[in-house]
Design a protein around this ligand. Structure first.
Ligand code: ZN
Length: 194
């Protein structure tokens, strides 16, 4: 029996592993460029990615997006307005209830939400702030739900377009006992049907 973690790892690998490999190789050779992440093909401005895996009573959702889709810029916040937009994006990403509408009869409860934001302060050996020169940056978020009745989980609505109007397209990969399914969501078509 394949465990959800395995399925999920496979999905993640397909999406981000090439990037991680490139990153690791780069680091091995050039320590100076620790923060120049090599971005993979799935970093397309306007497009965000969602992975969904359901097994047993567990549902995992992984969201990954170019920062520009959520902020309107893709660098460290430089003005109070940008800082405010950044904080608000992090806050919104943590509010799974407002991002995903699940069928009430599935009785799903959010057990965990993790948001990974880019542009953390980087310091050199002397404690000075180092300018991380990145061309691109991603946000990612991970949500873990426990559902009493996953069989009633026949669909879910993704409401991210309302919160982040710069997202034009969300590519979805879903894995469940119905197999692997792909969806493309737009602001006028935001329903995943499983
Ligand atoms: Zn970018």
């Amino acid at each position: 029996m394949i465990k959800i973690r395995t399925l999920f790892a496979v999905l993640l690998a397909v999406m981000i592993y090439p990037g991680i490999v490139a990153y690791a190789q780069e680091n091995a050779h050039e320590h100076e460029q620790d923060h120049e992440t090599e971005y993979h093909e799935s970093h397309v401005h306007g497009t965000s990615e969602l992975l969904l895996a359901i097994e047993g009573h567990q549902m995992e959702i992984h969201f990954q997006s170019p920062a520009v889709n959520l902020l309107g810029f893709e660098h460290k916040p430089q003005s109070p307005t940008q800082q405010q937009r950044f904080s608000s994006a992090v806050k919104t990403l943590a509010q799974a209830d407002s991002l995903f509408s699940l069928p009430a009869e599935a009785e799903c409860e959010l057990e965990k939400a993790d948001v990974q934001a880019p542009f953390e302060d980087v310091h050199d050996d002397h404690g000075h702030e180092k300018q991380a020169e990145q061309e691109h940056a991603d946000f990612s978020a991970h949500y873990h739900y426990h559902c009493k009745h996953t069989s009633k989980l026949t669909g879910l609505n993704v409401n991210m377009f309302e919160h982040f109007p710069l997202i034009e397209l969300i590519r979805v990969q879903a894995l469940s006992d119905k197999g692997q399914q792909s969806f493309e969501l737009h602001s006028d078509h935001r329903q995943i049907e499983m």
